[in-house]
Structures are given as C-alpha cells and as structure tokens.
Design a protein around this ligand. Structure first.
Ligand code: SAH
Ligand code: SF4
Length: 357
C-alpha cells in the first residue's frame, strides 16, 4: 500500500498520468487531501468513482490514524492527542494556542513527534527514558498535523506554526522528517510557510549540516542544556566529547548558509544546571553569538529532576541578559495535562484504561 499522504505533488502528477487521467485530477486529489481530510479513497467525491477504484487497484490508500485520547488544558489553550497508527503504535501530538487581544485568530502551533521513543536517552525526558521503538514515516508525521488542521477547520481556525519538538529526534529520522516538511510546506499540498516551522535537535551534527544545504527556510533549535561537555554528557548521554564547542560553531555556519538564526534550548534542572556560576559560564560561551536562548523550567517527568524555584530561574535569566545574551523563559504550556515530551504516552502505557475514554 502506498499512502497518498506520503506522495509529493510531483509524484501525484506522475501517478495521475500513469493512471491515464488528465492532469487537473492531480490538483483535485491534492485539494481534497489537504482541505477535506478524507479517511479513505472512496470518500474523495471530487474524483469520479472510476478513478477512485483505479487508485485503490493500484495499491493507493489513505493511512489510518485514530484518535484514542484527547486532553484539553483548563484554559482550553493546549490540546493533546494520542493517536493510534495503523500498526497499533501510539504517538502523541500537541496543539498550543495563544490568543492575542488584537488578533481575530489565535496563533496555533502544532508540536509533532518524529519517532516512537528516542535513542538519545536524555535523563530528564520521558521519551528518552522509554527507549527507541521505531521511526515514523513522513505520512505519519503529516497525519498528526492534519488531525489538528481538521479540528481547527471546524472552528474556522487554522494552523499557523509547526514545531518538531514532540517525541523523538527529528534529525535521527532525517529523510522522513524532510519529506514531511516538503509535504507540509508545498504550495500544492498543505502550504504552510517554511518560516513558520522549527526543527528542534539534540545536536545530530551530520543532520544539521545536511539541513543547512537543503535550501529550506525553516528554523533550527538546538537543545544545549549545559555550557560544558562534562555536564552535558551527564544529561545527554549520547553527546560526544566536544559537543558544546561543535554545537556553538554549527549555529554560526547554519546562520551563514541559511540566513536564519539558531535558537538554543536549555532545560533548567533544579540544583543541576541552574546555578549562578553555570549561568555565567553559559553567558561567556554565548556572548556575541547572536543566538536566542529559550530557558525551559523542566517538567518533572523522568529521572527525578525538579523545576527550580522561580527566583532561581529569573536570576539565571538575569545573568544571561546582563551579558547581552537574548533569552526567554518558556514555561511549558499544558503541564497539568502531561503535555511534556512523551508524557501522555508514558501515562497511557502505565494506565491503559486512558485509551478507552
Ligand atoms: N529530540 C529533540 C526534539 C524533541 S524534545 C530535542 O531534544 O531537541 C523537544 C524539547 O523538549 C527539547 O529541547 C527537550 O530538551 C525538551 N524536553 C524534553 N523533556 C523535557 C522535560 N521533562 N521538561 C522540559 N523540557 C523537556
Ligand atoms: Fe530524545 Fe529530545 Fe527526549 Fe533527548 S530530549 S531523549 S533527544 S526526544
């Protein structure tokens, strides 16, 4: 079976030609796929019945992903879906909305997973602690976005931003991640602006270098978490011996190649990487680099780590700002609904009854 959501518009053109159908049928098919979100080929009513059966006979289908659980935060701004893929695999995807007073529509950011589990094993990450199961296919990444697109469509809203910050390491699943980016940004497919997409990586060097060559205008975020290799290796066991130095230098080359500034993510862990001395070390490392740092007080999901007290967080921020390093404290939205990376799935596996609600 080839999933139609895997195919780039040029591939759909070739398929339509191969089936002996006129070219405009490709546009009708794409239009239906990305605006009406059909659950199967037979419900694509824009196409004549004969073409639908030709598609099915040629082994084309629309993959299934069913929503098995949905949680909405109290303020209604964060929604988390647990989706069951065709093979029974469970993945999670999150929608975060920000309502601005002067804007009619909220900013709606979807956070997608790229792998089931993750091999990188970061100590504070629920996904990392569950180990690696498998890579997701491009169509399984696309389907996460389309589930929310369809939900928002019914409310007269739409997705404005996309971040690859869910379960897994996107650059360890390079080809499928890039294919999904192409599908989601292609003007004849989902059509999201490239500048509205950010890929977050723990620092897969080869992947970052390849990404810089892709001629894509997407944003890159690197998860640093420590200003030196000793500490970083304790938190990210798969980090190499010169990872901090290498990552700082790759932010510069990525900017040179793409014109897009790289942002750094730094999970603040109480008593581990949040002291004044460490803030000063980080400030010295980043000074004059033009990077933006997102400080993320950790969600206590794995490894017994705790969120620092608010005073410590603002003190850390102050040290960076005084040194001229741009930074923002990003309080993770939806923590009460287990919206942190890999958490809902972990809850679900521990308490399978969740899935039947
Ligand atoms: N694998 C990629 C992308 C997915 S994780 C990466 O590591 O960048 C997305 C972000 O969530 C990363 O910055 C990661 O460090 C952060 N994260 C993971 N677990 C967290 C937790 N328990 N609390 C806060 N941030 C967390
Ligand atoms: Fe994987 Fe990112 Fe979690 Fe690290 S933080 S284990 S790289 S998903």
């Amino acid at each position: 079976m080839t999933d139609l959501y895997r195919m780039l518009p040029e591939e759909i053109d070739d398929l339509v030609k191969l089936l002996g159908e006129p070219r405009y049928r490709a546009d009708q098919l794409l239009q239906a796929l990305y605006n009406e979100f059909p659950k199967d080929v037979s419900s694509i009513k824009q196409l004549p019945a004969e073409m639908r059966s030709k598609l099915t006979l040629a082994g084309h289908a629309v993959g299934s992903a069913n929503e098995v659980h949905r949680v909405v935060s109290e303020d209604g701004e964060t929604t988390k879906l647990l989706l069951k893929l065709g093979d029974g695999t469970l993945i999670e995807t999150v929608l975060m909305q920000y309502h601005k007073k002067d804007k009619e529509h909220p900013r709606s950011t979807v956070c997608v997973s790229t792998q089931v589990g993750c091999a990188m094993g970061c100590k504070f990450c629920a996904t990392g602690q569950m180990g690696f199961e498998r890579n997701l296919k491009a169509e399984e990444i696309v389907t996460q976005v389309l589930h929310f697109a369809s939900m928002l469509h019914e409310r007269g809203e739409h997705i404005t931003n996309l971040v690859f910050m869910g379960m897994g390491e996107p650059l360890a699943n390079y080809a499928e991640t890039i294919r999904s980016v192409k599908l989601l940004t292609h003007a004849r497919a989902f059509g999201l602006g490239q500048r509205h997409i950010t890929i977050s990586t723990v620092g897969v060097m080869q992947g970052i270098e390849r990404l810089a060559e892709e001629d894509l205008q997407i944003g890159l975020a690197i998860s640093l978490h420590a200003p030196n290799d000793d500490l970083r290796q304790k938190l990210v066991p798969t980090a190499g011996p010169h990872s901090v130095e290498d990552l700082i230098s790759v932010t510069r080359s990525y900017f040179k190649k793409t014109g897009r500034r790289v942002s750094l993510e730094y999970a603040l862990l109480d008593g581990i990487n949040d002291s004044k001395e460490i803030a000063e070390e980080l400030a010295a490392l980043l000074k004059g680099n033009g990077v933006h740092v997102n400080l993320i007080p950790v969600n206590p999901t794995a490894g017994g780590f705790q969120r620092p007290r608010w005073k410590r967080i603002t003190e850390f921020e102050r040290v960076l700002k005084e040194a001229g390093v741009n930074c923002t404290v990003r309080v993770e939205k939806g923590s009460e609904i287990s919206a942190a990376c890999g958490q809902l799935r972990t809850d679900m596996v521990k308490n399978p009854n969740l899935g039947s609600t």
